[in-house]
Design a protein around this ligand. Structure first.
Ligand code: CAA
Ligand code: NAD
Length: 300
């Protein structure tokens, strides 16, 4: 039985990642580290320059950990891994050989629908599709394609190079071969995979996002300062980052997209009511670390 499943797996050699922001850059990086050939696509050429810089800086940290006292091994690791990543502003040129497309664009259902409808026309029949969505329904994202059997969710965590978990989501139409291939690919890029049904937030965000929102509401009420809330959760609960630090790290726009989406779907669930302070910061363009200011200020 085990060998029958193994023999029906598709081996992923060529990966196309769409969206060169925080998550897409990290996903491209770990696939290249695993020896796969990667194309990273973003519509915005300036973003691609930033993606390349952030991958270089992250690779330097990974290389240092892997090859502590061996400068030539560090150099070879960075050079070889970098040589496996192509940066492209044009999606149509990125699909010819793709075994897997991982989408990591903005958390907006209309944008994801538009993208997947055109990918479905352009990609070869063999290509598997996956979304890294934080909060949207995989079934709904897949609904615009004709290859629902080849569709799944692959939800990574920030920073992708460090966080060890991957949530693999299957919808009723996902074939066994696709599911097994996605699980095997997750393992090949160094992640521990868990499976969750296609429910809002899967496991981690269903628990984490209401916690972040509650922390923001606590600050809004003036119960405690952001610094004290963060210190409390780091020292009192052993979290590596406090909730306001983490919201800044994730991106306040992404955090707001998630909560607003769920609030529309479940208006009676008070855990999903968007905090006013979050809306206000996003309106001001203070999106957290990526823009230099959120709950805290950062050196760009
Ligand atoms: N690339 C490569 N390596 C990195 C890195 C990166 N971007 N960021 C950190 N590291 C490495 C460092 O080099 C360091 O390695 P060594 O142990 O070998 O020195 C190690 O990670 C720890 O880093 P730091 O010393 O700089 O800082 P830290 O100890 O505070 O750890 C952290 C940083 C790993 C980000 C830690 O603070 C943490 O785990 N924070 C919580 C992150 C989290 O919860 N992520 C999930 C967010 S939710 C999400 O992503 C889902 C969603 O849909 C919104
Ligand atoms: P981001 O804003 O950093 O990056 C998104 C990128 O997508 C931008 O560079 C933008 O130019 C690009 N883009 C938008 N539309 C595009 C299109 N049609 N084609 C190509 N590129 C396009 O966002 P992010 O934080 O990397 O999040 C990306 C996805 O991953 C979202 O669905 C988000 O919910 C999910 N996610 C985010 C986190 C996190 O911690 N930030 C964690 C897990 C999952």
């Amino acid at each position: 039985m085990a060998s029958a499943v193994t023999s029906s797996l598709n081996v992923i050699k060529n990966v196309t990642v769409i969206g060169g922001g925080l998550m897409g850059s990290g996903i491209a990086q770990i696939a290249a580290q695993a020896g796969q050939s990667v194309t990273l696509v973003d519509l915005n050429a300036d973003v691609l320059k930033k993606s390349e810089a952030s991958i270089q800086s992250s690779l330097a940290r990974v290389a240092k950990k892997l090859h502590k006292d061996n400068p030539s091994a560090i150099e070879t690791f960075i050079k070889d891994t970098s040589s496996r990543i192509k940066y492209l502003p044009d999606i149509s040129k990125s699909l010819d050989d793709a075994d897997l497309v991982v989408e990591a664009i903005v958390e907006n259902i209309d944008a994801k629908h538009k993208l997947f409808a055109s990918l479905d026309e352009a990609a070869p029949q063999k290509t598997l599709f996956a979304s890294n969505t934080s909060s949207l329904s995989i079934k709904e994202i897949a609904s615009v394609t004709k290859r629902k059997d080849k569709f799944g969710g692959l939800h990574f965590f920030n920073p992708v190079a460090v966080m060890k978990l991957l949530e693999v989501i299957r919808i009723p139409e996902t074939s066994d071969t696709t599911y097994q291939t996605l699980m095997a690919w997750g393992k090949s890029v160094g992640k521990t995979c868990i499976t969750c049904k296609d429910t809002p937030g899967f496991v981690v965000n269903r628990l984490l996002v209401p916690y972040l929102a509650e922390a923001i509401k606590l600050v809004e009420r003036g119960d405690a300062s952001p610094q004290d809330v963060d210190t409390a959760m780091k020292l009192g609960a052993g979290y590596p980052m406090g909730p306001l630090e983490l919201a800044d790290y994730t991106g306040l726009d992404t955090t707001l997209f998630i909560i607003e989406g769920w609030h529309k779907q479940f208006p009676d669930n008070s855990l999903f009511t968007p905090p006013e302070k979050l809306k206000h910061l996003v309106k001001q363009g203070k999106l957290g670390r990526k823009t230099g200011e959120g709950f805290y200020k950062y050196n760009k």
